[in-house]
Design a protein around this ligand. Sequence first.
Ligand SMILES: Cc1ncc(C[n+]2csc(CCOP(=O)(O)OP(=O)(O)O)c2C)c(N)n1
Length: 320
Amino acid sequence: MIDPEKQILLYKSMFRIRRFEQKCIQLYAEGFIPGHIHLYIGQEPIASGVCIHLRDPDFVFSTHRAHGHLLAKGARMDKVLAEVFGREWGYNHGKGGHMHVIATDVNVYADGIVGGGFGPVVGTALAQKLQKNGDLSAYFFGDGAANQGCLYEAMNMASLWKLPILLILEDNLYAISTHTEISTAKPGLSARAKAFGIAGEKIDGYDPIAVYEAGCRAVDRARKGNGATLLEITTYRLRGHREGDPQTYRSKEEIAMWRKKDPVKAFAKTLEENGLLSKDAHNDMKKEIDEEIEKAVEYALRSPFPDVEIALKDVFGVEK
Ligand SMILES: Cc1ncc(C[n+]2csc(CCOP(=O)(O)OP(=O)(O)O)c2C)c(N)n1
């Protein structure tokens, strides 16, 4: 059973992602964020419950919906936000923007190519295995990406070479507007892992403790040289595919039903009921997080936009 301190850490990570993205909604509406933004609201237990077990040298690959993975893995909030703003002081000098944040200090690599991480996660895991350093590589991807052929190439090599890989499928039911029911053949995705001889588990992503425990098992397997795991984690995004999405493909009743189960609010309530998080402690936590967010906003706003010359920098690699 997960000890009380870890439960608070897990909740704090989820709550921090939630507060950060609630601020992003406001900043996007105010015009500070160029292009589209894709929020992680509702999916926080997954990034938090898995990344809590990771160390800095472990690699994380992520998607267009990366804020949660970045923050949970330890990326600097101010540099993430400056990048999202397209500013010079961002992780990638503002050239990646919201969808392509690469935080080399904590080894998080996000990109907007759906399924773009399947090749790299195999490559970094092979390097880690050869270096025998006990590190691992994880890829968080969506149900849309999960039906791409490259997942099956990745599972084949991961199994053949017994690589230290975590494949974390976040099934939020929709790839933009396409429901998993009409894109994914039965018996579902975790079952497919078994066909490749790697571990596969199906987890409720609205249960943070269940995600934490499954993450722990998968990390343990990878670090001990026992190979890869595919975690099929069911979840629901509580915002549209992107901000401004009219969401005509799902009913208001469906969204309302999931909002009632909001995992951040539900976990806070459980912790309070179990006497692990008092109202005062919760308020202090909120204050601390909101101060960090305000500092990140100040940093991002103070940062200049990049000079045009920078367009040709880092083209063949990322400078630290
Ligand atoms: C290779 C590729 N094809 C199509 C797109 C356009 N696109 C962006 S997000 C998305 C849906 C992804 O769905 P899913 O993998 O379930 O992730 P989610 O958005 O639900 O987090 C698509 C098709 C893309 N970015 N890259």
